[in-house]
Design a protein around this ligand. Structure first.
Ligand code: ADP
Ligand code: MG
Length: 387
């Protein structure tokens, strides 16, 4: 067990003590970083996320009175108390909507979720683009399903993915295309997961980073520009409009020729991103499968340029850290996640880690930007029971 998980379990145990409750079990689910394939999950495209060793742990005790109590070690997350009937859309707000919404959606999917006391603790940084939200949902979902007596198999995990997406869409009210929930529940340690977001088919792709002397660095700009949420909805609307004009159900089915047929330059640029990003995902998968992971750098760079220029979701902080990482020797770098802040990733030689980290921090401080957080990440397993 990683130190992170142990810490999470201890923190959860503290919380449960306050309730005078011994957990029936502890479950954990990972955050993730997306190697490539950004803003394609809601367009029926392909993406290549990898689960982290950082997790949300959930300690859970079953109750027989239908009461649901939710608590988090996060200081900004007030406890919630309600009943199994109080967990749906419009009934819960704030952080608890992620957990309550998941219980509601798992129930809606036909699982006989019992009342429960549930306490969570996470070492996935919240709101940094590493999907703390899906890790929370996945940990809650798998715990609830197992407490309900369900057998943990692939069918169950697919059901839980859909429930977690539904919770985030309908109860939290956040747009999410399903990549995060899929990797949280289906990832394999040591591999990235190629996700076909149209039908949620997945294929593990062994990365071999360590064997190649490489590491993935996550650079958290610690900035979130307030326009982020509205812009996500606008990009989705642009994609819907472009798909309509082209007569396509999924914009990822557009061809390079289709891109040129679009009359509105904005829709043309958005579509060009979606088309080229899917091509880059395929190219990365091919290189990685051929044992040439060290050569994917230019594709990461291409993804960043496309997100910045065609999709217009970057931010000065992201451009600065990506540029600084490359100048300090990164093989490739790009923004990840929704954009307008959040995190970037850089593929680096392990021996360059200190130099790249220092250069990125210096570049931000030089421009009077917020000092970014730097972490190197490795690939971890999917949601699982810890004890
Ligand atoms: P990301 O998923 O990239 O971290 P989101 O904005 O999608 O960012 O989700 C972050 C939100 O998820 C937090 O603001 C909080 O409401 C909720 N959340 C995630 N993990 C926890 C946790 N351990 N405790 C309380 N809330 C959490
Ligand atoms: Mg999220």
């Amino acid at each position: 067990m990683s130190g992170a998980q142990e810490q999470a379990e201890l923190a959860v145990a503290e919380l449960l003590k306050a309730w005078d409750a011994e957990p029936d079990g502890v479950w954990a689910a990972p955050g993730r970083v997306n190697l490539i394939g950004e803003h394609v999950d809601y367009n029926g495209g392909r993406c290549l996320p990898m689960a982290l060793t950082r997790v949300t742990a959930a300690a859970v005790r079953r109750r027989d009175d239908g009461v649901v109590r939710l608590a988090s070690t996060d200081p900004d997350a007030p406890s919630f108390e309600g009943t199994l009937a109080d967990l749906g859309p419009g009934q819960v707000s704030g952080w608890a909507a992620y957990a309550a919404g998941t219980l509601w959606a798992v129930q809606q999917a036909g699982v006989d979720v019992p009342g429960l006391d549930l306490a969570v603790s996470s070492d996935v940084p919240l709101g940094a683009g590493l999907s703390s939200s899906a890790s929370l949902e996945a940990a809650v979902a798998i715990a609830a399903a197992e407490l309900a007596g369900r057998t943990d198999d692939r069918d169950l995990r697919h059901l839980l993915i859909q429930a977690a997406i539904r919770a985030e869409n309908e109860v939290v009210g956040a747009g999410t295309g399903g990549m995060d929930q899929t990797v949280a529940l289906l990832a394999e340690e040591g591999s990235a997961l190629l996700v076909h977001t149209r039908d949620f088919r997945t294929e593990p792709v062994h990365l071999g980073l360590a064997e190649a002397g490489l590491e993935l660095m996550v650079i958290d700009t610690r900035v979130k520009h307030t326009l982020a949420d509205g812009q996500y909805a606008k990009r989705r609307a642009d994609c819907d409009a472009a798909a309509r004009e082209l007569g396509l159900e999924w914009l990822s089915d557009a061809t390079p020729a289709d891109v040129e047929r679009l009359t509105d330059p904005r829709l043309r640029a958005r579509t060009r991103h979606v088309v080229t990003e899917n091509q880059r995902v395929d190219a990365v998968v091919e290189l990685v499968r051929a044992g040439r992971v060290a050569e994917i750098g230019p594709l990461l760079d291409g993804s960043h340029a496309s997100l910045r220029d065609d999709y217009e979701v970057s931010a000065v902080e992201l451009d600065v850290v990506v540029e600084a990482a490359r100048e300090a020797g990164a093989l490739g770098a790009r923004m990840v996640g929704g954009g307008f802040g959040g995190s970037a990733i850089a593929l680096i030689r392990s021996s360059d880690a200190a130099a790249v980290g220092a250069a990125v921090v210096a570049a931000c401080l030089d421009r009077s930007l917020t000092e970014p957080g730097i972490l190197t990440v490795t690939s971890g397993p999917a949601a699982r029971r810890l004890s």
